[in-house]
Write a protein that binds this ligand. Structure first.
Ligand code: ATP
Length: 637
């Protein structure tokens, strides 16, 4: 009986008999993972579950994978849940007979509507027992819920919710909120899948828990193949069926990169000055490119002749740039069938023939853009070629990729240009080139390896690309991209609008927003008016259950996490009240920003792509005074 308290998926006879994965098996697995400390153990638990699915009902593996990372489809298709908590509360009230005020106060108390939903179900007497839920059914319902709105949404939520038992209610509600809180992100998921595959392959020659010791090398190889495959083909709809059908050695060939499917971009490491760059690349061939200040664009031409443009976040930006699509033919020379280009789109002043500031680009409409109405012209600066005429180039060095780019593509002034580049290792030349880039309205330089260690590393923040910004702060080196979660009412001239805000970084491991600073500097009056207007539409009645903050910071209004701001600061320090990266540097204190200044809105980053807690602790540790302190305490040791 899957409803008994000590239910364990392995003993589920119903599952084996029906060959359909009970939702309870997945929910219990999540529950165990949530209660587990330590990533290895969490991954092991998930791998056991996946292994069972592979053996008993392999066609359920795909929905199980999606549910484990709380997605319904590849991220670039943009199908999202994120149902408002009040909608869910109403469905929970209807199903359990509780009143809304009770559910609200319980949620405030526990900080987790999922738990409140589960407790409400447990203490509820049932007239009849509904049919057990299965993973496929729940997944299909979630997709339906994502696609409809209004009252129908509440009805669908209710239908599934009344059939939920035990932990099912918790995870169903959390899936709908959009935060599962089991700490399984993409990399852990891929590792769990790889281990599950090896366990399945050796199920007859040893016990599952021994597989990890005996087949260590096989697990390492499988993990690497799976991760590489997923980075070139980030679509589980393709990867999971191939994983089940073919030998792992064939996986990469079976799931090739293909234009139309966005790749996560290679990212750069920040640096603090020319000397740090040259030290890192000593003895290597490098190129310095102007770092354009606009919007990253991955431009794809697929075999049907369709062009797609993807953002840094892999969102489909094609409808935003019909002008680029219309002129795309002028970019290519000769016979070009397919390609994937990496580039930066900047606003362009046609008369003066020069790059315009980033702020101008942000005034462009985002949706339903009609070419005739476009006021801000753009120029695309191309800096890389990842795929050309049916062949992936990512494993080739930059020097080769660049050669193919120059051979088959051409510049059109003010429309398509190659990034201005200088191949040099001379310190003075780099410094001078940096200054020229600033005069050319750029942010600084990107310095990249050309031959050695110069492949295109999909989705990686690589040491082989270093960014050198004009106003790199000698101490911090880079700005942070933070999420606005709260607002404080302004005083004096700022009466009637928000005058200060509470910002948070995102902790990908725990899927939560952790407060990092209050900010009230860097805004013009007009900025504040606009922020207030925008954020007023996103006010929520109380903090989300996945906000981490000290009660002393309670703002006048809480906001849905919807917007990312770029912020600079003097330095990072340990804080008794802020919760950013808590536990990483100090067990009880978080990290906060000193003297934060607002720079701009980052529309190209989703809140979950904000600066990660891990990056915050790395930035904290790389500050000179922290390093010096560490050095001196090492010496004392
Ligand atoms: P990150 O992408 O590193 O998280 P970010 O989005 O804030 O940070 P920056 O730190 O400013 O971006 O630097 C990287 C970005 O610079 C790239 O994502 C790209 O959009 C832009 N860029 C401009 N010119 C180039 C270039 N020549 N080569 C690579 N990237 C460039």
């Amino acid at each position: 009986d899957p409803s008994v308290e000590n239910y364990h998926p392995v003993n589920d006879a119903y599952w084996k008999a029906q060959r359909t994965t009970p939702y309870l098996a997945l929910a219990r697995t999540f529950q165990v993972i949530e209660e587990t400390k330590g990533r290895l153990k969490m991954i092991d638990t998930l791998s056991n579950f996946f292994c069972s699915v592979m053996l008993v009902s392999p066609e359920d593996l795909l929905p199980c994978v999606y549910l484990s990372i709380n997605q319904l489809a590849p991220a670039y298709e943009g199908l999202e849940l994120g149902v408002a908590e009040t909608t869910l509360m109403k469905a929970i009230c209807k199903a359990t007979g509780r009143n809304l005020a009770h559910i609200k106060s319980q949620t405030q108390l526990t900080g987790d509507l999922g738990i409140v939903a589960e407790q409400s179900r447990v203490s509820q007497r049932m007239m009849f027992r509904p049919k057990p839920l299965n993973v496929r059914g729940v997944f299909a319902k979630l997709k339906e819920i994502a696609n409809i709105s209004g009252q129908a949404k509440i009805t669908l939520v209710y239908d599934v919710f009344v059939a939920c038992r035990h932990a099912e209610a918790r995870f169903f509600i959390r899936s709908l909120i959009g935060k599962l809180r089991i700490g399984i992100a993409e990399q852990s998921l891929l590792t769990a899948l790889a281990i599950a595959l090896v366990k399945r392959n050796h199920i007859n020659d040893c016990k599952a828990h021994k597989v990890c010791d005996i087949y260590k090398d096989e697990i390492a190889d499988t993990t690497l193949i799976l991760k590489t495959t997923y980075s070139q083909c980030p679509n589980y709809d393709i990867v999971i069926p191939a994983l089940l059908k073919y030998d792992i050695k064939e996986l990469q060939d079976r799931c090739p990169m293909h234009p139309g499917m966005p790749l996560r971009p290679m990212l750069a490491q920040p640096t603090k000055g020319v000397s740090e760059v040259l030290e890192r690349f000593s003895g290597m061939q490098i190129t310095c490119e102007w770092k354009y200040d606009g919007e990253r664009a991955q431009i794809h031409l697929n075999k049907d002749g369709e062009i797609s443009i993807f953002s840094r976040n892999s969102e489909n930006n094609t409808p935003k740039y019909p002008d680029l699509i219309a002129r795309s033919k002028s970019l290519v020379k000769g016979n070009v069938e397919t390609y994937i280009l990496d580039s930066e789109i900047v606003a362009w002043d046609i008369e003066r023939k020069q790059i315009l500031p980033f702020q101008i680009l942000t005034t462009r409409k985002r949706k339903n853009v009609d070419i005739a109405d476009i006021k801000v012209q753009v120029c695309v600066y191309i800096f890389d070629l990842l795929y050309f005429n049916g062949v992936s180039l990512v494993t080739k060095p930059l020097s080769e990729r660049r050669k193919i780019l120059m051979e088959h593509f051409q510049e059109v002034e003010g429309e398509w240009q190659f990034a201005t580049a200088l191949d040099t290792t001379d310190m003075d030349e780099v410094q001078q080139f940096l200054e020229e880039s600033i005069k050319g309205n750029c942010e600084g330089l990107m310095v990249k390896t050309l031959d050695e260690e110069a492949t295109y590393e999909i989705a990686k923040r690589s040491r082989n690309w270093l960014k050198l910004k004009k106003d790199y702060l000698s101490n911090v080196g880079d700005s942070l991209d933070l999420v606005v979660i709260g607002g404080y009412k302004g005083k004096g001239r700022r009466t009637g609008i928000y005058g200060g805000f509470l910002l948070a970084c995102y902790d990908t491991e725990n899927e939560e927003y952790q407060s990092i600073c209050k900010i009230g500097t860097g805004f013009t009056d007009e900025d504040l008016r606009q922020h207030s207007e925008f954020l007023s539409a996103h006010v929520i009645s109380s903090a989300k259950s996945y906000f981490r903050y000290d009660p002393s910071l309670e703002p006048d209004a809480w906001f849905e996490p919807v917007q990312v701001w770029e912020v600079k600061c003097a330095d990072l320090s340990l804080s008794p009240i802020h919760r950013a990266a808590i536990g990483a540097v100090d067990p009880e204190r978080g990290i906060s920003l000193r003297f934060p200044r607002f720079i701009r809105i980052r529309d190209d980053k989703s809140p979950e792509n904000a600066t990660d807690a891990n990056q915050v602790s790395l930035m904290y540790n790389s500050q000179d005074q922290v390093k010096n302190n560490q050095k001196s305490s090492d010496q004392m040791d």
